[in-house]
Design a protein around this ligand. Structure first.
Ligand code: F6P
Length: 520
C-alpha cells in the first residue's frame, strides 16, 4: 500500500563525500584515461568491465572508467542510499513524492506466485488474464485485419516499438497502425488504408483526457460512423486508468491500469494490448518474464555486479564529470528502429529535471539528450560526427548474436559493422593530414542479446528503466513525474481559441505576429 515515507529526503550526490573524491580523481587522472593504454596495461579489462545479466551481456570495457572511478562511483551510490531507495520502490512506498504515488510498474511483470503481500498483484493478474483472453479472441477473429492504436507518449511509443521489435513473432493476417500526432495527416493516412468492418480501434490513454488522443479518437469514431460502421462495442476498445471516461465516450470494452504506472512505464500494462495481439498471450507473458528477471537482478544483486546500477553510475560519471551532453543509441537490429524514441521518453521525461525531489534547484546537470537510429544506417549519416566531431558522445551498441531471418550473409556483416564501429571509435587512426585523422578514445558500450525475443526485449527495457532510476536517484530528483509537459498543454488551449477568434491581445510579439500570418 502507498504510504507516506521518510525516504523522500535522500542524500543528494553533490553533498556526498564520494562526489568530492570523484571530482578530485577526475581532475588528477580520471579525465586523462586512454582506453587503448588501459587495455594494454590490463589484460583483464574486458573481464572486469563486462558482465552477463539476465538476457543481456554488457561490455562496458570501452568506457572511460577505471577501477578507481568505478570504486568511487559505487561509494557514491552507497552514500546516496540508492539501495534503500530501490528497496522503497519495490516495497511500494510513495517514492513519486510530488504526486504521492507508489511506483510499481515492476509489479505488472511479477508472476502470479510472486512472494508479495501487495493486494494489487491479484488485480494485476486478473486484468492481465482478461486482456490476454481478449487479445487471443481478436487474433482468432479473421474478420479483423487492422488494429489501429490511438495514443501518444507512453501510450504509443512502447507498443509501437515492441510490435516492430517482435515482428518475427507476429501472426500473419493482422496489420498494426499507430496514430499519435494531433496532426490529422497521420490519422487520415491510416483511415485511407482501412475499412470499418475489419478495423479495431484501441484508444490508449492513461488519463483519457490527452487532447491529441481524444481528438484522434473522436475523428476515428466519426469516420467509422460516416463510413457505415456499426457496432462501436465491437470495433473500439479502451486502455486506460479512467474507465469511466472511456464508457462515457461510448466504449464498453475497457482494460484498466492504475495511477502507480507512469505512462512511460506502461507497456507492461493494458497499454501493451497491441503487442499481445501481435505476438499472442504466451509470448506476451515471456516479455513480462524477461523484465521480471531483470527486476530481480536489480533488486538483489550487489552493486558491483548490478548492471542497471553500473549503467546509472556511468551516466552520472559522463554527465557530471566528463560533461557529455548526449548519448547515442545504436541498435544494430532494424526491428529496434523505434527503440531510440522509446528511450528518449524514458530518460528525458524521467530525468529532465532541474530541481531535486524537494524542489530545490540543482547545481549540476541531469538527463543527457538521447538520440539514435538503427545501424548501419546511422553510419552513413551522423557517425562522421561521432568519429571526428568536436563533441564526445558515448555510443551504446545493441546487437543480437542470432538473426530472426534466414537471409545468408547479412547478419555476419551487420555484426561486423557494429564491432568495427566500436573498434574505430576507440582505436582512432593517426594521420598527419588532419582530415583523415581519427582521435579515437571515444567511449562506447556494447549490449549483446542471444536473439531479439520477447524475453530479451523485456529484460533490455527493464534494464533501461532501472538505470534511469539509478541516475535519477543519485541526482536526488523525482524521476516519476513530468510537470514539464503541462505548460505547453495549457497554452495550446489558449492559442487554439485565439487562432479561431484572432484575438492577439496580451500575446508576446512573436506569437502575435505568427498568429496574424496564419490567419492571413
Ligand atoms: O507527455 C506527457 C504524458 O503525460 C506522458 O507522460 C504520457 O505518456 C503521455 O502524455 C500520454 O498520456 P495519456 O496516456 O494519459 O494519454
Amino acid at each position: 500500500m502507498a504510504r507516506m515515507n521518510n525516504d523522500t529526503i535522500r542524500p543528494r550526490c553533490d553533498h556526498a563525500p564520494a562526489w568530492a573524491a570523484l571530482r578530485e580523481h577526475f581532475e588528477s587522472t580520471g579525465s586523462k584515461l586512454d582506453l587503448r593504454e588501459a587495455f594494454r596495461l590490463d589484460e583483464g579489462r574486458f573481464q572486469a568491465f563486462s558482465q552477463q545479466a539476465p538476457h543481456v551481456f554488457a561490455d562496458l570495457s570501452r568506457n572511460l572508467i577505471d577501477t578507481q572511478s568505478q570504486g568511487l562511483l559505487l561509494e557514491l551510490a552507497r552514500e546516496c542510499g540508492v539501495e534503500k531507495h530501490r528497496d522503497a520502490m519495490f516495497a511500494g512506498e510513495a517514492i513519486n513524492n510530488t504526486e504521492q504515488r507508489p511506483v510499481k510498474h515492476w509489479l505488472l511483470r511479477a508472476p502470479r506466485n510472486y512472494n508479495s503481500d501487495d493486494p494489487d498483484l491479484a488485480l494485476v493478474h486478473s486484468t492481465l488474464d482478461a486482456m490476454l483472453a481478449y487479445a487471443e479472441e481478436v487474433r482468432g477473429d479473421d474478420a479483423i485485419t487492422d488494429i489501429v492504436n490511438i495514443g501518444i507518449g507512453g501510450s504509443d511509443l512502447g507498443p509501437q516499438m515492441a510490435v516492430a521489435a517482435l515482428d518475427s513473432f507476429a501472426a500473419a493476417g493482422k496489420r498494426f497502425h499507430f496514430v499519435s500526432n494531433i496532426d490529422g495527416h497521420e490519422l487520415a493516412a491510416v483511415l485511407k488504408k482501412v475499412r470499418p468492418v475489419s478495423t479495431l480501434f484501441l484508444v490508449a490513454s492513461k488519463t483519457f483526457t490527452t487532447i491529441e488522443t481524444m481528438t484522434n479518437a473522436r475523428s476515428a469514431r466519426a469516420w467509422f460512423e460516416a463510413e457505415g460502421g456499426r457496432d462501436i462495442a465491437r470495433h473500439f476498445a479502451a486502455l486506460t486508468t479512467n474507465v469511466a471516461a472511456a464508457r462515457e465516450f461510448g466504449i464498453s470494452t475497457t482494460f484498466g491500469f492504475w495511477d502507480w504506472v507512469g505512462g512511460r512505464y506502461s507497456i507492461w500494462s493494458a497499454i501493451g494490448l497491441p503487442v499481445a495481439m501481435a505476438i499472442g498471450a504466451g509470448r506476451f507473458r515471456e516479455l513480462l518474464a524477461g523484465a521480471h528477471e531483470m527486476d530481480r537482478h536489480f533488486a538483489t544483486t550487489p552493486l558491483e555486479t548490478n548492471l542497471p546500477v553500473r549503467l546509472g553510475l556511468l551516466d552520472v560519471w559522463y554527465r557530471n564529470f566528463h560533461g557529455f551532453t548526449s548519448r547515442n543509441v545504436a541498435p544494430y537490429h532494424s526491428a529496434l528502429r523505434r527503440l531510440p524514441a522509446y528511450l528518449q521518453q524514458l530518460e528525458m521525461e524521467s530525468n529532465g529535471k532541474r530541481v531535486d525531489a524537494q524542489g530545490r534547484a540543482l547545481s549540476f546537470a541531469t538527463s543527457p539528450v538521447l538520440w539514435g537510429e538503427p545501424g548501419t544506417n546511422g553510419q552513413h549519416a551522423y557517425f562522421q560526427m561521432l568519429h571526428q566531431g568536436t563533441d564526445v558522445v558515448p555510443v551504446e551498441f545493441i546487437a543480437a548474436k542470432k538473426a530472426n531471418h534466414a537471409l545468408p550473409g547479412h547478419h555476419e556483416l551487420l555484426l561486423a559493422n557494429a564491432l568495427a564501429q566500436a573498434q574505430a571509435l576507440m582505436q582512432g587512426k593517426a594521420d598527419e593530414g588532419g582530415h583523415r585523422n581519427f582521435p579515437g578514445n571515444r567511449p562506447s558500450s556494447f549490449f549483446l542479446l542471444d536473439a531479439l525475443t520477447p524475453a530479451s526485449l523485456g529484460a533490455l527495457l527493464a534494464m533501461h528503466e532501472h538505470r534511469v532510476f539509478v541516475s535519477g536517484s543519485l541526482w536526488g530528483i523525482n524521476s516519476f513525474d513530468q510537470w514539464g509537459v503541462e505548460l505547453g498543454k495549457v497554452l495550446a488551449l489558449d492559442v487554439a481559441a485565439r487562432l479561431a477568434s484572432g484575438d492577439a491581445a496580451g500575446l508576446d510579439g512573436s506569437t502575435a505576429g505568427l498568429l496574424r500570418h496564419i490567419r492571413g
